[in-house]
Design a protein around this ligand. Structure first.
Ligand SMILES: Nc1ncnc2c1ncn2[C@@H]1O[C@H](COP(=O)(O)OP(=O)(O)OP(=O)(O)O)[C@@H](O)[C@H]1O
Ligand SMILES: [Mg+2]
Length: 277
């Protein structure tokens, strides 16, 4: 087992309020095996990113355990985190927000690499070229600037930035949510291909069950910080046992308005059954 999250609790203080902290994640358990993709799905505010952030050490969990490759990393030091960055990376929804527009793509993609691994220029260039090639961008991309790229290309750059570290595990937090459907499919296929060629494991976070299903071996459904359902991707996506999961499926937009109407009404029914069991 590569990643194990047990009984995770994440709380946030509310600035300027007297009331106590809000609990965003309540006792969540999940595991990711080597080479596997585990999808985390739930509506906005259900705590998906909080789980990702706790796994990556970007926030401190209130309680619970995060284990990576058999080691407790719940409260590890900065130095240990830097070390872990070789093995664990992240791809976020909005890579542009984390790219300095004044720096070249090559500098941006290799930044963590240059600070962390003590490689020489030649080795850095090799890793950069390989990562760009892996995400389908030509080597001359390196000399250009983030603004010169489309949203889909920037998402490829964000993936390249994770790949140069040669990680084993990547947290993908809504990596395709800002993209048009056709571009979204390309990026998902790219991630699937990279998983095969590089033997990666993913924790794949999205509000969109169809997207999660596309990539995941198993799916965890989150609602208001709690796991309401988990299981093999096909089971969860096709025969969900929890009304909330059925509601998520019904909430996905479909091109046919009549279908859409039927699904919406199914969703309302599912939700009302749930609140009045
Ligand atoms: N830094 C923060 N400070 C205070 N509250 C926060 C903070 N980050 C998240 N929250 C709250 O924690 C809950 C879970 O948020 P989180 O971002 O994990 O959800 P999410 O499922 O990723 O949502 P989205 O789909 O919108 O990204 C929400 O109620 C949110 O308002
Ligand atoms: Mg989020």
């Amino acid at each position: 087992m590569l990643l194990r999250v047990r009984d995770l609790e994440v709380c946030y203080r509310r600035p300027g309020r007297r009331s106590g902290p809000v609990t965003a994640v309540h006792g969540v358990d999940l595991t990711v095996h080597r080479g596997e993709t585990v999808g985390v799905v739930g509506e906005s505010g259900s705590g998906k990113s909080s789980i990702g952030a706790a796994v990556l050490g970007l926030i401190r969990p209130h309680a619970g355990l995060v284990e990576f490759d058999g080691r407790d990393i719940t409260h590890c030091s900065r130095a240990e985190r830097r070390e872990l960055a070789r093995r664990m990376q992240v791809v976020f929804q909005d890579p542009y927000g984390s790219m300095n527009p004044a720096r070249t793509v090559g500098d941006t993609v290799t930044e963590a690499l240059r600070y962390n691994l003590g490689l020489n220029r030649h080795e850095i260039r090799e890793r950069l070229d390989r990562a760009l090639d892996d995400v389908g961008l030509p080597p001359e991309t390196a000399g250009r600037y983030p603004a010169q790229f489309s949203g889909g290309q920037r998402q490829r750059l964000a993936i390249a930035r994770a790949l140069v570290m040669e990680p084993e595990f990547i947290v993908c937090d809504e990596p395709t949510s800002a993209l048009d459907l056709s571009v979204q499919a390309q990026v998902l296929n790219l991630l699937a291909g990279l998983q095969q060629s590089r033997g990666l494991s993913y924790l794949f976070i999205s509000h969109d069950l169809a997207v999660v299903r596309h990539l995941s071996d198993r799916i965890v459904v989150l609602r208001a910080g709690r796991v309401v359902e988990h299981g093999p991707a096909e089971t969860v996506a096709v025969e969900p046992s929890h009304p909330y999961t059925r509601a998520l499926i019904a909430a996905a937009p479909v091109p046919d308005p009549e279908q859409q109407r039927l699904r919406r009404s199914a969703r309302r029914q599912a939700l009302s059954k749930e609140s009045h069991p």
